[in-house]
Design a protein around this ligand. Structure first.
Ligand SMILES: [Ca+2]
Length: 377
């Protein structure tokens, strides 16, 4: 099956896939164990590889009415149609035009694997007439992007003066290789490097592409949107430019306090004691806060938080020179808890406060640790 797929022999690959299915049913029914833990995962992977390549993985959920007709919610431009049928099934593939008439695309191949070009104009249904052995009917739309473009996340931090590498994953959304150039639109201050040459995404698989984001020295601290595009698909990568930090965790030597502690067993200093197993917990109060007074004023570049399960959905980090007048250094609106690192560039900071706005759970807030780092000189 895999060999046939690699050589592009669609009929042989389809026949092998059908046989694999039958073989596995026999294997399941037998008492003999063959290559337990090795054979099954291999066959699963082989199956998925074929399904992705052949188009089965792209097949719309269910054909209405149980016949071999697939209706689209709206009229669409068709790139091509894949039909997988029992070998020997005879039939004609047709599409319905907006005037309600059916137009013939072609006949089924004797081997069972048929691929036909979709022709011009928009159509709102595709069907196979004559045959009852149709197993899969997959339309490929020409009005949708030819490729997918995925990033590990919609946002990333990048040091000012440094380079951040992320990996973009391109996938083919056609029963063919997709060729194109990955293009970048980057704002002032950012240089984004991607391969300059044209890229080929093999049919039914994906291609990983390195993306290097360099933030030029002197670029202001804030978020920048980088637009990436490939074969009709665009994605935005939000780059948060943060100062480079250096030196020890300054919170460790600071004096912690809080709006209140849930119990004496979860005191404020447990969040800056360097012990990953102790934590501060607040009572149930949306506005609860934790703060630390640093030994000396610093130019604060980074705050790293480690939330316990009890975390806020919204909070902010405030800073102060004197512990009386505060300013907001970072605001988080969609916290998922866990480890969160916030970049900033705040001079003259002696006091740092994590102030809750909205609880994400029925409990209060709980922090395993809060770390603070100065901007590198
Ligand atoms: Ca701790």
């Amino acid at each position: 099956m895999l060999r046939a797929r690699r050589s592009g022999d669609a009929a042989a690959a389809w026949t092998a896939y059908l046989r694999l299915d039958e073989g596995r049913k026999l294997l399941d029914a037998s008492r003999v164990t063959v290559g337990e833990g090795v054979l099954d995962p291999f066959l699963d992977r082989a199956r998925k590889t074929y399904e992705s390549w052949s188009g089965i993985g792209h097949e719309p959920p269910a054909r209405s009415g149980g016949d071999s007709t697939l209706r689209f919610p709206r009229a669409r431009a068709l790139d091509s149609v894949t039909v997988l049928a029992e070998p020997g099934t005879k039939g004609t593939v047709e599409v319905r035009t907006p005037d309600g008439g059916w137009r013939r695309l072609g006949t089924l191949s004797a081997g069972g694997a048929t691929e036909l070009p979709g022709g011009d104009g928009r159509v709102d249904a595709v069907r196979v007439t004559g045959g009852t052995g149709v197993r899969h009917l997959v339309p490929w739309f020409a009005d949708a992007p030819a490729a997918s473009l995925e990033l590990p996340g919609a946002r990333t931090d990048a040091d000012i003066g440094g380079t951040r590498r992320v990996t973009a994953t391109l996938g083919s959304l056609r029963p063919a290789d997709v060729r194109g150039t990955l293009t970048v639109d980057a704002p002032e201050g950012l240089t984004v490097r991607v391969p300059k040459n044209a890229l080929t995404v093999p049919r039914g698989s994906s291609l990983e592409v390195p993306v290097e984001v360099t933030v030029r020295p002197g670029t202001p601290v804030r978020s920048y949107d980088v637009r990436l595009a490939f074969a009709g698909t665009t994605r935005t990568l939000t780059v948060h430019a943060v100062p480079r930090t250096a030196g020890p965790d300054l919170a460790r030597a600071g004096r912690a306090s809080s709006s209140a502690d849930e119990t004496p067993g979860f005191p404020a200093p447990a969040a800056n004691d360097g012990d990953p197993d102790t934590r501060w917990s607040s009572p149930v109060d949306d506005d609860a806060w934790w703060q630390v007074e640093l030994e000396h004023p610093v130019r604060l570049g980074k705050v790293a938080l480690h939330w316990q399960d009890a975390h806020p959905s919204a909070y902010r980090v405030e800073v102060s020179a004197d512990g009386r007048t505060w300013r907001t250094a970072a605001t988080v609106r969609d916290s998922r808890g866990g480890r969160e690192t916030l970049g900033m560039d705040e001079p003259g900071v002696r006091h740092l406060r994590v102030r809750g706005e909205q609880r994400a759970t029925p409990y209060g807030y709980s922090l395993w640790s809060v770390e603070a780092y100065a901007v590198a000189r």
